[in-house]
Design a protein around this ligand. Sequence first.
Ligand code: HEC
Length: 126
Amino acid sequence: MIRPIFSALALICLSLPAQAETFEKVKVDAGAELFETACKRCHSVDADKASYGPLLNGVVGRKAGTKDGYPYSEALENAGFVWTPGALRAWMEDNDAFVPGTKMRHVGIEDPTVQDFIVSYLTTLH
Ligand code: HEC
């Protein structure tokens, strides 16, 4: 009587991490596509390629305005915060309000799901 319940529980426990991983992968893939349309024309993720905006590899956990060699606006250079997922979401939603004086053109991504997917993708860039 108890056995089938344990087997079912064991199966569920075994499959949960796999499902979580799959979901994260779906988010990263979706984020990569969204990044391609919304960000990539200005932001390279290839260290050997110059782009109009700063390189975003390793941006999660990096202090704002500190990527070596990039000519940031004074506003971003002096902003003094670290890019967390929350800061990135606020930036995507309204970058001019988040850092007044930034030279990044307003992107205005208000959908939290889209923000979340793009953050998932950015987290994978080292
Ligand atoms: C029209 C060009 C353009 C687009 C599109 C664009 N950016 Fe930017 N981005 C810039 C520029 C220019 C800067 C530098 C801003 C400054 O110095 O004030 C910047 C800065 C940033 C920074 C700060 C990086 C650092 O090193 O502190 C982040 C994060 C960022 N952008 C993320 C994004 C994301 C995510 C998208 C897409 C949703 C995006 N950007 C779309 C031009 C763009």
